[in-house]
Write a protein that binds this ligand. Structure first.
Ligand code: AIR
Ligand code: ASP
Length: 251
């Protein structure tokens, strides 16, 4: 069997050449990293959960008219996506203070923000993905003014969609990160939501208890990460609840 061509390997995913031109296969690994990969572990089943959850969110976005790179899920760990050129920015949307915003501005985690706050980080692992402003983005040509308008509108639509879906299952969307891809169609380019949307890239708190159901469980050693992700998947109906079958006594 011919070995398929690896296009790129990141911390949590691998991209392989797809079956047709303009497509890629996105493979979800079980690896978890945090703090720019200073903390690492392998979490059994994380890749499978993220593949399913990402499929769920991307399909929903496609269905409501928010363009994404997602085509279809192929198997437990892989999905077929459209090849795109990734804009070198991490686009973060925050509804409640947490993480680096709380640290930077001294705002208690969980504080509701007056409006969604959008932040941009320059995607560069060696630099630790530093926060940048639109001045940097324009000056260094990472995205045009028109791109930035489109990116803002995509980010806010994703926020409304995700916050609503999560609210429906008793989860508060604190913040999330997306990446944006460019797809060229003849003389035109289109911006689409790319990479992944999963509990690795969001902060999700149970509304009732405040329990964290996202990667902070791993970052802050708060318990079992795949239990947290499974809880999100079960609530969304992405995975059936495991049948708790007690051993049968045969006598
Ligand atoms: N994020 C940022 N870089 C990688 C990821 N996954 C996500 C975090 C969090 C949001 O962006 O998971 O949901 C904001 O992160 P922070 O650390 O800036 O507070
Ligand atoms: N995934 C990134 C890293 O490995 C950022 C994070 O989630 O903390 O550092």
């Amino acid at each position: 069997m011919a070995r398929r061509k690896k296009i790129y390997e990141g911390k949590a995913k691998i991209l392989y050449e797809g079956p047709e031109p303009g497509t890629l296969v996105q493979y979800f690994k079980d690896d978890a990293t945090a703090f720019n990969a200073k903390k690492k572990d392998v979490i059994d089943g994380k890749g499978v959960l993220n593949n399913r959850l990402c499929e769920y969110f991307m399909t929903g976005l496609n269905n409501i008219g928010v363009p994404t790179h997602f085509i279809r899920r192929l198997n437990m760990r892989e999905q077929l996506v459209r090849a795109c050129e990734i804009v070198p920015l991490e686009v973060i949307v925050r509804n409640f203070a947490a993480g680096s915003l709380s640290e930077r501005l001294g705002i208690e985690e969980g504080t509701q923000l007056p409006r969604p706050i959008i932040e941009y980080c320059y995607k560069d692992d060696a630099l630790g993905d530093p926060l940048v402003t639109e001045e940097h983005i324009a000056a260094f040509g990472w995205a045009s003014a028109q791109d930035m308008d489109d990116i803002l509108s995509l980010a806010l639509r994703v926020n409304d969609f995700l916050a609503g879906v999560m609210y429906g299952v008793g989860i508060k969307l604190i913040d999330f990160k997306i990446e944006i891809g460019r797809i060229y169609e003849g003389d035109f380019q289109r911006l689409v939501v790319a990479d992944e949307i999963s509990p690795d890239s969001c902060r999700l708190w149970d509304i009732e208890s405040g329990r964290k159901l996202d990667k902070d469980v791993f970052r802050r050693d708060l318990g079992n990460l795949s239990d947290a992700y499974s809880e999100v998947a079960h609530r969304l109906g992405v995975l059936p609840r495991a049948q708790v079958t007690k051993p049968k006594l045969i006598n």
